[in-house]
Design a protein around this ligand. Structure first.
Ligand code: FES
Length: 118
């Protein structure tokens, strides 16, 4: 067919760089960023922070020593609620900052940024 240029179908127009960027499926994997260690770890579903011994220093792992204290820089809503062990130890240590958590007592189910205090 002379004089007829390329025919763009509706699907071709949908493949523009702009629509491709927004239409491709993106599987966001939750991650934990450890500021001190300058590392980010992706995980599936939820994760116990006590499994992160490569990035956080642990002692007792039972909420008694406070060595694993971290400040939650962001993503506090993605961590499990404070345990009675944390409440008791922070009361003893007179730690009132709500952003401070014991990593050995915490579980993450979404993105969080953690800064190791000790
Ligand atoms: S390791 Fe001792 S309180 Fe967490």
């Amino acid at each position: 067919m002379a004089g007829v240029g390329p025919v763009l179908t509706f699907c071709d127009r949908l493949r523009s760089p702009f629509t491709t960027y927004f239409s491709e499926p993106r599987f966001l994997v939750p991650n934990l960023r450890f500021v001190n260690a300058e590392e980010t770890v992706e995980f599936d579903g939820k994760v116990e922070l006590k499994e992160m011994g490569d990035f956080i220093t642990f002692g007792c792992r039972s909420g008694k020593c406070g060595i694993c204290s971290v400040r939650v820089v962001s993503g506090a809503e993605n961590l499990s609620p404070k345990t009675s062990h944390e409440e008791r130890l922070f009361a003893l240590l007179k730690e009132s900052d709500p952003a401070v958590r014991l990593a050995c007592q915490s579980r993450a189910h979404g993105d969080a940024v953690l800064f190791e205090i000790n």
